[in-house]
Ligand binder design. Sequence first.
Ligand SMILES: Nc1ncnc2c1ncn2[C@@H]1O[C@H](COP(=O)(O)OP(=O)(O)O)[C@@H](O)[C@H]1O
Ligand SMILES: [Mg+2]
Length: 258
Amino acid sequence: MPDIARIEHANVRREGKLILKDVSLSLSKGEHIAIVGPNGAGKSTLIDVISRHIYPLATDEYKSFLFGSEKWMRSELEKLIGLVSERNAIFLNTSYKVREIVCSGLYSSLGFDFHHQTKDEDWRKADEELMKVGLYDKRDRVMNTLSSGEKRRIMLARVNINKPKLLLLDEASAALDFPARASLRRLISTYTENSTIVMVTHELSEIIPEIKRVILMDGGRIVMDGNKEDVLTSENLSALFKEKVHVSCSDGIYTAYC
Ligand SMILES: Nc1ncnc2c1ncn2[C@@H]1O[C@H](COP(=O)(O)OP(=O)(O)O)[C@@H](O)[C@H]1O
Ligand SMILES: [Mg+2]
């Protein structure tokens, strides 16, 4: 039994159409993976299935194990799984202070509902995470005054305050300029020590060197799953994106262009 996740035969239907088709996936501890595919491939849907934000069709074949168990309370999973995605982008443009955003991750909530519960220890943990992402000096700044790169770092600090076993990053560095993306990539690498990372991207340069396994998705299906060097080839990506794609690799970082 893989210790992080095992999904078997997941199908998701929306508006009469299968948007995830018979997807199976096993993930062991420390086996960091990237999921790559064009827009609409079903990547975010798969992330939502893994994190149980959505449930696939209840067929006889469908099974989902997380950390070795089938049954989980949503509140327990909030601590074990850290998710950075469009879903929680709402936190990026609020008038809460940076330190409050990070601290509230401990309670999976935001606003006054968490304030009355906080202990000194919680604020200390928030400061520790802010130091790791290099933004301790901005802890009292209002969230919506930060740059896009800084906001992503804060989101990472917010989810990592729980020391999640599984870290799901769904296009976490989308729309960042390339130095900010490289800097975020280096930061994400530091989380591989304690968390297993699943990274969704269509920007190959986001893929951290610690990721050795890559999954290609298209049309709601997994079309390839294997070693990074075998999967990320010009031939495979050209077939996936239906365009002539050139893939190259330098110092363990991949790039692609059309
Ligand atoms: N709630 C929904 N209702 C209808 N269609 C949806 C819904 N969620 C996703 N889809 C569709 O399913 C497909 C896969 O979506 P998504 O998983 O977000 O793709 P990706 O993250 O790879 O871009 C897309 O065509 C999208 O429009
Ligand atoms: Mg998506």
